[in-house]
Design a protein around this ligand. Structure first.
Ligand code: AMP
Ligand code: MG
Length: 342
């Protein structure tokens, strides 16, 4: 374990002033960088979802971030960096981690590695662990902002803890209005699903969280299978990767997964051209991807869940989604959302 995180008060109230929204142009990015440097909280688009940024070395700002999200402080954050060189100052990339970084960064792959001796990411952001999660995002706004700041930026999803991740600036404001300083509006995020997290601290990488880089793609590159931490292991993983709590991604409505028929009063989240029986009963129907494309489905997942949740239906019926490629991460998020209500 790294040094104690005990001195920072993470239950301090989040800021109670109006959140500003700025276009993600050069002026907006410059203002966002100044806000971060002054200890502020800035939501910004990445290719996956909107992140809530704070300077990773600034324990006070990180404490405000936990407070704004109402996030349990034992839940470590991902440090976002402008490139591999910057990542090497934060964590120790072993040969496998280096290969993965060179192949998939910038991109939706987070690597958990041993922290570097002078790791600038504060203990609070690492939840006191001697490891650190690092990623280089593939979004021009995120990269420009991190470069302008010149330091690692922690950026968990910009939603209140346990809720659905935001893929638009409007989603961010719905959850965090007047709790954060600034939102950089760069339009909808292109991928729409969080990064894949690999634990690279052992002999072989382990999948801590399925995400928008498909496990099959990583396995092909490594010419090896990756152990999936899940099932009976999930409790153990919850202490290693605490974001994997079952209560994540909660909707107000119940979720019923892999449905073959729609019951009266349910909303329907469909996938592909094939409809469950009695689809006409659905009080509202949205299709993740009419052609059955898993990438398109990932991009639409969180926004569609929000819309169906807002329909007022007590239950959202979810059509079967294949458990391959990005379907693995989509099913993971849906299972967590369903579990949150059981
Ligand atoms: P989020 O920022 O909401 O996408 O969640 C980040 C997740 O990354 C956390 O909840 C953890 O599951 C994982 N994570 C971050 N740092 C570490 C670490 N040092 N060891 C293991 N998992 C980590
Ligand atoms: Mg999150």
């Amino acid at each position: 374990m790294a040094a104690s995180t005990g001195t920072v008060n993470v239950t301090a109230s989040p800021p109670k002033h109006p959140t500003r929204t700025l276009a993600a142009d050069a002026a907006g990015i410059a203002e966002a960088a100044r806000t971060l440097a002054a200890g502020g909280l800035v939501a910004f688009p990445t290719e996956t979802v909107y992140g809530l940024g704070a300077i990773a070395s600034d324990a006070r700002a990180v404490a405000r971030l936990y407070a704004a999200k109402e996030r349990p402080s034992f839940n470590p954050l991902i440090a976002h960096l402008a490139g591999i060189a910057a990542a090497k100052r934060v964590g120790i990339l072993d040969p496998v981690a280096k290969r993965l970084a060179e192949k998939f960064w910038p991109g939706p792959l987070t690597l958990v590695v041993r922290a570097a001796p002078d790791c600038p990411v504060c203990d609070l952001a690492r939840a006191g662990l001697d490891t650190v999660a690092v990623r280089v995002p593939a979004h021009p706004v995120a990269l420009a902002l991190i470069a302008a700041v010149g330091e690692p930026v922690v950026a968990p999803s910009a939603n209140r803890s346990g809720r659905i991740s935001p893929t638009t600036a409007g989603h961010v404001l719905a959850d965090l209005r007047d709790r954060i300083d600034l939102v950089l509006d760069g339009g909808p995020t292109p991928v729409g699903l969080e990064s894949t997290i690999l634990d690279c601290t052992g002999d072989l990488p382990r999948l801590l969280r399925p995400g928008s880089l498909a496990r099959e793609t990583i396995e092909k590159m490594l010419a090896a299978t990756i152990a999936v931490a899940g099932g009976a292991q999930i409790e153990a993983v919850a202490s290693v990767a605490p974001g994997q709590l079952a209560s994540h991604y909660a909707t107000r409505a119940r979720l019923r997964l892999d449905v073959t028929d729609v019951r009266p009063g349910e909303a329907l989240l469909a996938f592909g051209p094939k409809r469950p029986r009695h689809a006409e009963r659905a009080v509202k129907l949205l299709d993740l991807s009419p052609q059955g494309d898993l990438i398109e489905a990932a991009a639409n997942l969180f926004a569609h869940l929000r819309t169906l949740d807002a329909s007022g239906a007590a239950t959202i019926a979810v059509a079967p989604i294949p458990a391959k490629e990005l379907g693995e991460a989509i099913r993971d998020r849906l299972t967590r959302a369903a579990a949150a209500r059981e």
